[in-house]
Design a protein. Sequence first.
Length: 236
Amino acid sequence: MTTLRRSVFSALLLCIAVASASAQSTPTLSDDDRSAIQALMGSYARALGECRAEDFADLFVPDTGYFASGFRGHMVGRAHLIALVQSERHCTAPAAAGAGRPGGSNGPTVVLDITPSGVRGVANLGTAEYQDEYAKTASGWRFASRTVLIAAEKAAGLDARELLAIGALGGAKLGDRYEPDQNGVSRLMTSGVRITVSGTEVMGRAFLKNGGYDDEVYEKLAPGRWRVKSSVHVAE
């Protein structure tokens, strides 16, 4: 075998090996798996719509599962997920209980994307969308993460990864923000950074463990990479 042919043959073997490794690492979903993930949409809509906070938390991966949005920040773990539901306006105002959630009791249809890094999904809510990551646990399929993006945030170039990257800028100094509901009861409203957008400008209010907050403006350096462009500390 000539040197050229050996080189071509070696390159071909390498390509086959890489393709094989990729195929082995990419998860596969059965029809039952797909049905179970879609069923999460309905379980989520019913638990949230009916203010069943513990049932809602049970839909997420224990300890590490989280809900995220621009307003809520990153609600990680069971205690935060329960507090999230308990602070929802329709749950603190009994007269409004049972109000419909986007997608109805069955939830919206999710479009799945199966990648080597895991199973992801996007569910269109009309004016917003869920961006999900799923994990199969001993109790079945659960949300590893669920992020809500509104239209203005998407127009500003934000997605689940970008929200997570911005939230990570504050590190260990970030804390939880409690605010009184319409009945005067203190509720957990935001964990970490509350993000807002104005056109393409992305801003945040980073709530601090030691009290007060930093009003920040962010600059995107690359996909998934941000820096704090300006910051003003406000003591409370």
